[in-house]
Design a protein around this ligand. Structure first.
Ligand code: UFG
Length: 323
């Protein structure tokens, strides 16, 4: 099938593209390379250098490609930054995505897989979080994702678009076969920051709070391997094709790891000291977040396979250390 992957040169996008290519789909990557990297492009996929804000170009691309589906992963994703620069998030994540959905509608592309986020839930009212949990985002980034989910639901009713919204928990790791080499620039997430510290690019890791109500006092998150996420996209695409239905599902490992546990595993695997110091709490961090992935299991038969902490850290270390 012909798949358009918008944001396919990015961290998650390149893994998703790899997975669709492995299943022998024809892939076209559309990316403005603002955070995506040329080295993440694969020779088997076509590449179009384009911007989601350029509606005529987007529409022309969609109209000429005979695409069976589009996967949309082009977004800004730093929750903290979204609270300081909401304009950037309105523009990239809402206005840019509306362009994509409108162009898809005009070009008669009826299937969309959208990168959503566990950030739509906000402060957890119970754990593990399932899809019935109230969606009350605590940051503007989460709001932008929820807004698009709602717009997609309207376009389903009004224009017959079928969509898959994938609510990622904490994406981490690198391709389990080591085929993706492009490293995220200025990462804001825990595991890449630990990797940069292990490599000597940073002096130390700041642990944002050790006085939370968790066994070791540091926050617990559900880390999900990016290769598992990528598989979730192809399985969602299959589901939409076979059932002609939309879905909204969590993609998470259903296990929680604390910041200290992640750091300990990283020290063991990298054999580097990885200096750390306890810093103050970061605003808006819930103590604990874990996913229920029961609905993903039930609907698309998906289950995390590579998301144990050792694999997450080992694959990251190979990408960062080149082993
Ligand atoms: N952390 C540190 N030091 C750092 C960076 C992070 O201690 O330098 C801690 C955070 O306080 C948090 C944990 O590590 O407890 C994970 O933080 P991340 O910034 O890696 O990830 P978040 O849980 O804040 O958010 C991530 C994505 C969001 C997504 C969310 C879903 O960045 O986009 O997971 O669970 F919505």
């Amino acid at each position: 099938m012909n798949i358009l992957i918008i944001g396919g040169a990015g961290y998650i996008g390149s893994h998703v593209t790899r997975e669709f290519l492995d299943l022998e789909h024809n892939c076209t990557v559309y990316d403005n390379l603002s955070s995506g990297l040329r080295e993440n492009l694969f020779p088997e996929a076509s590449f179009i250098h384009g911007d989601i804000h350029d509606y005529p170009h987007l529409l022309q691309t969609m109209k000429t490609g005979s695409f069976d589906a589009l996967i949309h992963l082009a977004a800004s994703k730093a929750a903290g930054e979204s609270m300081i620069y909401p304009e950037k998030y309105s523009r990239n994540n809402i206005a840019g995505t509306i362009n994509i959905i409108n162009a898809a509608s005009e070009a008669e592309i009826k299937r969309i897989v959208f990168s959503s986020s566990a950030a739509v839930y906000g402060e957890p009212q119970y754990l593990p979080i399932d899809e019935k949990h109230p969606a009350v985002p605590e940051n503007y980034y989460g709001f932008t994702k929820l807004e698009i989910e709602r717009i997609l639901s309207w376009y389903e009713k009004l224009k017959g678009i079928r969509f898959g919204c994938l609510r990622y928990f904490n994406a981490a790791g690198y391709d389990v076969k080591g085929r993706i080499k492009g490293l995220e620039q200025n990462p804001a997430n825990l595991i890449p920051i630990i990797m940069e510290t292990a490599c000597g690019k940073r002096n130390e890791l700041q642990i944002f709070g050790d006085d939370y109500d968790t066994p070791d006092g540091t926050c617990i998150r559900d880390y999900i391997h990016v290769s598992d996420l990528a598989i979730g996209h192809t399985m969602t695409f299959d589901y939409i094709c076979k059932n002609d239905k939309s879905l909204i599902i969590n993609l998470g490992s259903e296990t929680g790891s604390s910041v200290k546990e992640v750091l300990d595993t990283a020290r063991k695997i990298t054999e580097k000291p990885i200096l750390s110091k306890i810093a103050g709490r970061r605003a808006g961090d819930p103590a604990k977040l874990t996913a229920s992935a029961a609905l993903a299991r039930e609907l698309i038969g998906w289950q995390a396979r590579y998301s144990d902490m050792e694999t997450l850290i080992k694959t990251s270390w190979i990408a960062y250390n080149g082993e």
